[in-house]
Design a protein around this ligand. Structure first.
Ligand SMILES: Cc1cc2nc3c(=O)[nH]c(=O)nc-3n(C[C@H](O)[C@H](O)[C@H](O)COP(=O)(O)OP(=O)(O)OC[C@H]3O[C@@H](n4cnc5c(N)ncnc54)[C@H](O)[C@@H]3O)c2cc1C
Length: 208
């Protein structure tokens, strides 16, 4: 994988069989493979919390101060489904930045200070020659708006993607464009027309 410049993505395919050296797709096509890597997603490891009697619902349920249903137990990070103050709903994300910030916030709570889950989730990732940062918490049902040219596989893609629900920006991701996170973060939660979001002639800082 590391030697590949870019993989070829085959979406919407069913895998019928995997052998030591081949993968047979639903349509009968057989692909040769040196190594087959199976990605099946991740689920929170909540057995211990359940056994302890904590409320669990897609993770260990906490209030906005990271307190679980037991007064002496707090939960943060990937395993926690935490009430987000801005969204008014539970959010459970698997982001490094959130795990770090929640650790700092729960330490403040334990010291008697008033800290809450009130920031927009953020992650960064590099996929081959695409570097990206994402802020917010979009959903697969949201409308998607692209500013710039979507990457065409040549590796020259520089673009920003916005997710919107009822005209309100729920998340934004910059790809191979840098130093725009402050502007994108300011847009999350704002109502902005899709036309303006997509228009490269409108400065990001002027959208909010
Ligand atoms: C392959 C991969 C790539 C990723 N890439 C990115 C990325 O590019 N950007 C990004 O933002 N995030 C990324 N993440 C997510 C990021 O790593 C996690 O969000 C972050 O590590 C969560 O921290 P955590 O402390 O909540 O959980 P973890 O880091 O999973 O730590 C939980 C710890 O608890 C231990 N544990 C579990 N059960 C028990 C038990 N019963 N008793 C004692 N110990 C227990 C586990 O062994 C583990 O050490 C990636 C994750 C993976 C797996």
């Amino acid at each position: 994988m590391a030697r590949c410049s870019r993989p070829t993505w085959r979406t919407g395919e069913r895998v019928d069989a995997v052998t030591a050296r081949t993968v047979r797709l639903g349509g009968g096509e057989v692909l040769e493979a040196d190594v087959v890597v199976l990605g099946v997603g991740a689920t929170p490891n909540v057995e211990l919390a359940e056994a302890a009697g904590l409320l669990v619902d897609d993770g260990v349920v906490t209030d906005e101060h990271f307190a679980t249903s037991h007064p002496d137990v707090y939960a943060i990070g990937d395993v926690a489904s935490t009430l987000h103050t801005g969204r008014g709903e539970a959010v459970r994300v698997e982001h490094w930045d959130d795990a770090v910030r929640q650790g700092e916030a729960v330490a403040s709570v334990l010291l008697g200070q008033d800290a809450a889950y009130d920031w927009e989730p953020y992650f960064f990732t590099d996929q081959y020659d695409l570097g990206m940062e994402y802020v917010g918490h979009g959903s697969g049902d949201d409308d998607v708006v692209v500013r710039g040219e979507l990457d065409d596989g040549a590796g020259d893609g520089e673009f920003i993607v916005f997710w919107q629900r009822d005209g309100v920006v729920t998340a934004a991701m910059n790809v191979n464009i840098w130093d725009v996170q402050d502007d994108l973060r300011a847009l999350v939660g704002q109502e902005v027309s899709a036309e303006r979001l997509a228009d490269p002639n409108v400065e990001l800082a002027d959208l909010a």
